[in-house]
Write a protein that binds this ligand. Sequence first.
Ligand code: MG
Length: 340
Amino acid sequence: MKLRYYPYTLQLKNQFTISSHSRNTTPAVIVEVEHIGLIGYGEASLPPYLVEEQSSVINFLKKISLDEFNDPFQINLILDYVNNIDTDNYAAKASVDIALHDLICKKNKIPLYQFLNIKRSENIFSSFTLGISDEASLKQKIEMASGYKFLKVKLGTKDDKKIISLIRTLTDKPLYIDVNQGWTDKYFALDMINWLAELNVVLIEQPLPKENLEDSIWLKEKSLLPVVADEAVKVIDDIENIANSFSGINVKLMKAGGIREAHRMILKAKSLNLKVMLGCMTETSCAITAASHLAALADWVDLDGAELISNDLFNGTKIINGRLLIPDLPGLGIEKIEEL
Ligand code: MG
C-alpha cells in the first residue's frame, strides 16, 4: 500500500468567530492510500486552537511505512501500528484512519456504515452553526440556514443575551448553544442556562473552562438543559474522567483520531448513559462524509463543516434542508472533484 499526502487550505465562506478567536481559513492535509488501483481518501483538519498543524501532520505521516502491509483488511493492525508511532497527533491519525476505511470499504464494495454495522437512516438532521457575528451578518446567516431545522449558536461573549434575543426576533428554531468555555463563573452559567431553557434551547455545549470539572458537576446537577462536553473530552480515555460532570459528549473524528476511535467513543459514552453529539471542524466533504456514516448513533448531529467552506475537494454527504443525504456507495462514497 502506498501513502501520499499534501497540504490543503480550506477557504471559509465567511469569517468564523468563536469566543477565543476569528479566522478565514483552516489548514488541512489530504491523505491518499493506494492499493491495487483503488484510492482511499482521508483528511486532517487543523483549526488553530488545536496543537497540530500542517507541518506536524506531515512529519507524523513521514514516519509511516505501509510497505509491509499488503491488504487493507489488516486495518486494525495498521491502525494499531499508526497509533503506536507517537502519542497525540490525533488529526494526523484520523487522516490515515479515514483513508484506510475508505479503501477497505471500496475493496469490499460496501458503504462505510455497513462495514461499521450501523443502520443507514434518512432521518438525520444536522444543525447549522452561526459563529459570533454582528447583527447584519447574523441575519444573513440565518437566511442562509433557512432549510435547517436546528441552529447552533456560538456564545461566550459579553453580549450573549443580546445575540439570543436578536436571533429570537428572526427565528423560533430550536438552538444548540456552544459557549466554547466562555463562561467562567458557574453561577453566571446557571443563570444563563435557566434563561435559555425558556427559549427553545436544546443543549449547552462546554459552558465552563474544560479544567473546571468540579464546577461542571455542580452545573450539570442544577441545569435544566443537557450540558455537553467538547473541549473537556478528546479521546476515549477522557470519557470516564468527565462522565459525572456532563450529560453528554461531543465526538469529533479529528479529536478522537478517526472513525475507529470515534465509534468506540460513542459506544463507551452510551454505556455510561451519556448522550452523544457528533461534531466536526471545518472540513472538506471527505472527513464530513466519513463522520456522517456514524451519525445514526448520535443524539445530536452537527456536521455542517463542509457547508462553511468555498473550496471543497470532494462530493459526498450532502445536507439538503438540514437532512443528511449519506451516499450509499462503496467506501465513504466520496468523489474527488478537483485536481490539486
Ligand atoms: Mg464545541
